[in-house]
Design a protein around this ligand. Structure first.
Ligand code: PEP
Length: 255
């Protein structure tokens, strides 16, 4: 297994000034942890240039929050994978629940974005997770399997060789409500088991090498417990990644 991974998702927050202040506080501390963990931050797209520039040569990498599935052309407002790659983005979030739910991104569109990201030489972070309604009606596992299957249908199982999966229960994102340890462990295990069962042979099974990170109201108080769970290989951090002290403490819990 490669190093654990911590990703900060800034969502639609920040300004040139605030980003500079945040990075100024984060960089020296996070650089000390790099021997133990990989770290990425995902700013809003207008700030990618600023953040990529500030992080160059630090070992901390930049990711984007979304991408177009199209290569170029008449897609006003969209950003292509090759543009993100040119800026030296290393990761791209695809299928974040805020995109799936607020912008009606289908699993098929998410899978096409996943492929576009890989074709441009970057690593997709496939976000999967169930709504509260789906969990309460016993459909969580099925929903997540469908989200994974859409990617297998698009790129094949081998697509998971160069990818990260983020389990983010929708009801835990930005709500302060964290999934229970047993729920997180069980979903992470079932993601690995599902991918493994889809492989025709052990050699073609990407599941054991795959990093599966957890996201949903992770903060400095609960991070250590979550990161110690079996099958959790890191975190995707939203709100808490905007506070330097919080993000540093979360990083220290993973290192
Ligand atoms: C997220 O946006 O991916 C996320 C996990 O947000 P938060 O940590 O704020 O719940």
């Amino acid at each position: 297994m490669t190093k654990p991974l911590l990703i900060g998702n800034w969502k639609m927050n920040g300004s040139l000034q605030l980003n500079q202040e945040l990075l100024h506080r984060l960089i020296p501390k996070l650089q000390q942890l790099q021997k133990h963990i990989d770290i990425a931050v995902c700013p809003p797209s207008p700030y990618l240039f600023q953040v990529c520039d500030a992080l160059a040569c630090t070992g901390i990498v930049t990711g984007a929050q979304t991408v177009s599935e199209h290569a170029s052309g008449a897609h006003t407002g969209e950003v292509s994978a090759s543009m993100l790659s040119e800026l030296k983005c290393r990761f791209v979030l695809v299928g974040h629940s805020e995109r799936r739910l607020k912008y009606a991104e289908s699993s098929a569109a998410v899978a096409a974005k996943f492929e576009a990201v890989q074709n441009a030489g970057m690593t997709p972070v496939l976000c999967v997770g169930e709504t509260l309604e789906e969990r309460e009606s016993g459909q969580a596992a099925m929903v997540i399997e469908q989200q994974l299957q859409a990617v297998i249908d698009q790129v094949g199982l081998a697509g998971f060789e160069q990818a990260v999966v983020a389990y983010e229960p929708v009801w835990a994102i930005g709500t302060g409500e964290v999934a229970q340890a047993s729920q997180i462990e069980s979903v992470h295990q079932s993601i690995r088991a599902f991918l493994s069962s889809s492989a025709p042979s052990r050699k073609e099974d990407p599941s054991q090498r795959l990093r599966i990170v957890y996201g949903g109201s992770v903060n400095s108080s609960n991070a250590a417990e979550i990161f110690n769970l079996a099958d959790v290989n890191g975190g995707l951090i939203g709100g808490a990644s905007l506070k330097a002290d919080e993000f540093i403490q979360i990083s220290e819990s993973l290192a």
